[in-house]
Write a protein that binds this ligand. Structure first.
Ligand code: SF4
Length: 279
């Protein structure tokens, strides 16, 4: 076969391959210059499911609140404890001041510190863990110590600074001996998180660890099945990945965690790009 026929055949095959790639991956997935394989398809966050009229996203009776969480489907956020002054707090500082002596559950009597949360009060991204550990209880700040340092590195890897996001836990007080939070403790304390989110109005939530994911999503599903999916938490897109403390115990989980946070960042970037184009 003449050389130019061979070249034409190769060119035709290359063009057919590119057409197939475009059909498979669309505009979302340019093949990066120098990359050895195409980027993986990223599923955009699903639209929030409208709640039935008169209920919140958990199907519970809805109570009008002063300012609904940004991105919420319909209705407003349910805050129990009606009449307690903190429910109408309009800033994180004010909320913290009003709830820092909480004794709603037994953990209030064993804590050294009330661990409210730390970070940017206008953050786009909120990281939620399960509860303070020993270091956090000592210092009054979530995600400190070795696990906190690893969280900082994870954030840096996806181009977020610790001070740019907001970091908190479901429980504000340390469970004894770092045991898992109990359902009644979560039930008592989680409304504080709802109020924090109502004030911050984040665009996305990253849950650190199985316990936080299960608690917020009201499920017993394994971490494996919670990972890789964009969930809806009270109208806010939420993803679940490993807790940094778990990564310290088992470094083999760092790769799947890396994949999770890369996807989280991609979704965040897509959301920001949509915001920009809508302006
Ligand atoms: S864990 Fe939450 S509900 Fe329990 S005492 Fe602490 S702040 Fe209050």
């Amino acid at each position: 076969m003449p050389i130019h026929d061979d070249a034409e055949r190769l060119l035709s095959e290359a063009q057919r391959f590119l057409r197939q790639q475009r059909e498979l991956y669309g505009d979302l997935l340019p093949i990066e210059h120098g990359a050895t394989e195409p980027m993986k398809r990223v599923t955009p966050p699903p639209p929030a499911t409208p709640a039935p009229a008169g209920t919140d996203l958990f199907g519970e009776p809805d109570i009008p609140a002063s300012s609904p969480v940004k991105g919420a489907a319909t209705g407003t956020k349910l805050l129990p404890y009606p009449g307690e002054p903190w429910t109408s707090a309009d800033s994180l500082v004010s909320l913290n001041e009003q709830i820092c002596n909480c004794q709603k559950c037994a953990l209030g009597s064993t804590r050294k510190s009330f661990v409210f949360g730390v970070g940017n009060p206008n953050a786009d991204v909120v990281i939620v863990g399960e509860a303070p550990g020993a270091d956090e209880d000592e210092q009054g700040e979530p995600f400190v110590g070795r696990a906190g340092q690893l969280l900082n590195k994870i954030l840096e890897a996806i181009h977020f600074k610790r001070e740019e996001v907001y970091i908190c836990n479901i429980l504000k007080c340390r469970p004894p001996n770092n045991r898992e939070p109990q359902a009644d403790e979560i039930g008592q304390c989680e409304p504080y998180l709802w109020k924090q989110l109502e004030i911050i109005k984040p665009k996305m939530i990253l849950c650190a660890g199985r316990v936080a994911g299960q608690a917020l999503l009201r499920t017993n599903a394994s971490l494996t099945s919670l990972r890789g999916t964009v969930h809806d938490y009270r109208g806010i897109p939420l993803m679940v990945t490993y807790h940094p403390a778990a990564l310290l115990r088992n470094p083999n989980w760092k790769r799947p965690c890396w994949e999770d946070v890369q996807k989280f960042r991609t979704l965040y970037d897509e959301m920001k790009a949509k915001e920009q184009s809508a302006r």
